[in-house]
Design a protein around this ligand. Structure first.
Ligand code: GLN
Length: 482
């Protein structure tokens, strides 16, 4: 058994044919992950007992002839801002260094019910703020394809874990690109579902109008299987929408894929894109054209405002969401004693010591944006621009069904290259942010080529994950039999 050969489907087959037990799979992944993590730093910690218990349950169910669940024995990684009952959940922040989750996030509850084995919690940028995972308070994560480079972020640990075969799939969160960009940098598939498709209950909120939980996998097919298991309405998330995802999600037909018109927005192919990315995009488009998909140039005219719009709305929401880490309800930092401190000083000590530079920068910016006198000038105006960006997509989707773009303008950059230049870092997300502002689903698919990974992004209509996954799946198929 080679861990890198396994997929969700193959694990199921192997279990049914008794080639291995769920326990053996979990044990093998845990051992490998522990060893490999020394180089990659993808996991903040493994949840060994949890994974082995779940695997045992699957083996018992199988022995008793019961259905072991749709993801029986599948080893998965979970981003550290998603809660698993009884386990540490730090969001890679010092302020939550000792915080243990009191309950399971809905997605975790669902995964546990499918028989998946949750291997551990992955590294990330603090509270999901960043594009390189260098903003983690605890450790660096390295790109498995080149250890001198970043894995992307903020879900860099999840992307790297899957890329390095330390898990079959992983959960991440995406507020402005945090699943798709690291997937692109690490050469794996990353799906950000439609806003409202997956419950966010138990995800630590960053910017609530943009946040969405999604999945990483090695193939589009696996990503579709994982997504189907976590999607669905949850009464505990008021922004959730009741939708049914049918069989087309898992078994698309070529006819269905061919009926989809693909739009290529001219605003996304601009100067400043690295040659390597431009060449990879050409190659992806050529391959997709060989499937006889219809292509069309489209325009998303307000794209140039997306980044500024995001960097108003996101910090405003961050400043409100992170207010709960006050050292009383959450976020008591070791070494800060309550005795003799006024309330103000208690907040100041805990928040001052507990938050890293990027979190502070955004809290300060967001508080300013929301302050009396500036609210209309910044926040209200950004909301109007957001409507224009949404409308661009609505118009485009009258002509096409799927939109194809690069994931990011560069390949994975060197560790340390951008960490002291926030503006350069923010530019990494220029192609992913409009999707969150519009609440659309999008998937990052690795371009088949040698060298550093590059991803292409497929953006779909609201709740049409099936469309983007179908196109991605047939792209993947071109290379399957070679
Ligand atoms: N890199 C973006 C940011 O720092 C997106 C983060 C995310 O999607 N969580 O805001």
């Amino acid at each position: 058994m080679h861990l890198h050969d396994l997929s969700v489907k193959k694990i199921r087959q192997g279990l049914m044919e008794k080639k291995f037990s769920a326990f053996e799979i979990a044990r093998a992944f845990l051992d490998y992950a522990e060893e490999k993590n020394k180089d990659i730093g993808a996991y903040l910690r493994l949840t060994e007992n949890l994974a082995l218990e779940e695997a045992n349950r699957v083996d018992i169910a199988l022995a008793e002839g019961k259905n072991p669940g749709a993801l029986a024995g599948v080893p998965l990684a979970v981003k550290d801002n998603i809660l698993i009952e009884g386990e540490l959940a730090t969001a890679a922040s010092k302020i939550l260094e000792n915080y243990r989750a009191a309950y399971d996030a809905t997605v975790v509850k669902k995964l546990k019910a499918t028989g998946a084995a949750l291997l551990g919690k992955t590294n990330m940028d603090e509270f999901a703020m960043g594009s390189s995972t260098e903003n983690s308070a605890f450790q660096l994560t390295k790109n498995p394809g080149d250890l001198e480079r970043v894995p992307g972020g903020s879900s860099g640990g999840s992307a790297a874990a899957v890329a390095a075969n330390m898990a079959i799939g992983a959960l991440g969160s995406d507020t402005g690109g945090s699943i798709r960009q690291p997937a692109g940098f690490c050469g794996v598939v990353g799906l950000k579902p439609t806003y409202g498709a997956v419950s966010r209950y138990g995800l630590m909120a960053m910017a609530s109008s943009l946040d969405q939980i999604g999945v990483f996998a090695k193939t589009v097919e696996d990503a579709a299987i994982l997504f189907k298991e976590i999607a669905g309405h949850d009464p505990l998330d008021a922004t959730g929408v009741e939708t049914e995802y049918g069989g087309e999600l898992l078994n698309p037909t070529l006819e269905q894929a061919r009926s989809l018109r693909v739009g290529v927005p001219k605003e996304y192919f601009v100067a400043g894109m690295e040659n390597e990315v431009a060449a990879a995009m050409d190659s992806a488009i050529t391959s997709l054209k060989s499937l006889k998909l219809e292509f069309k140039e489209i325009s998303l005219p307000h794209t140039k405002y997306a980044l500024s719009c995001y960097y108003i709305i996101m910090p405003a929401e961050v400043s409100a969401n992170l207010a709960r880490f006050d050292g009383i309800r959450y976020g008591e930092v070791g070494g800060v004693s309550r005795a003799g401190l006024s309330l103000f000083d208690l907040y100041k000590q805990n928040r001052g010591r507990g938050f890293g530079a990027e979190a502070k920068r955004r809290i300060i910016l967001g508080t300013f944006i929301l302050s009396a006198g500036y609210y209309d000038a910044y926040y209200a105006k950004a909301q109007k621009v957001r409507s224009l960006i949404k409308n661009d997509f609505n118009e485009a989707f009258k002509e096409v069904d799927v939109i194809l773009t690069p994931v990011s303008p560069t390949v994975a950059f060197k560790i340390g290259e951008k960490v002291n230049d926030p503006l350069a870092m923010y530019l990494s997300d220029i192609f992913t942010i409009p999707v969150n502002l519009a609440g659309l689903p999008a998937v990052s698919v690795p371009v088949r080529k040698s060298g550093l990974p590059v991803g292409f992004q497929l953006i779909g209509k609201r709740f049409r994950e099936a469309d983007i996954l179908a196109v991605g799946r047939f792209y993947e198929k071109i290379f399957e039999n070679r």
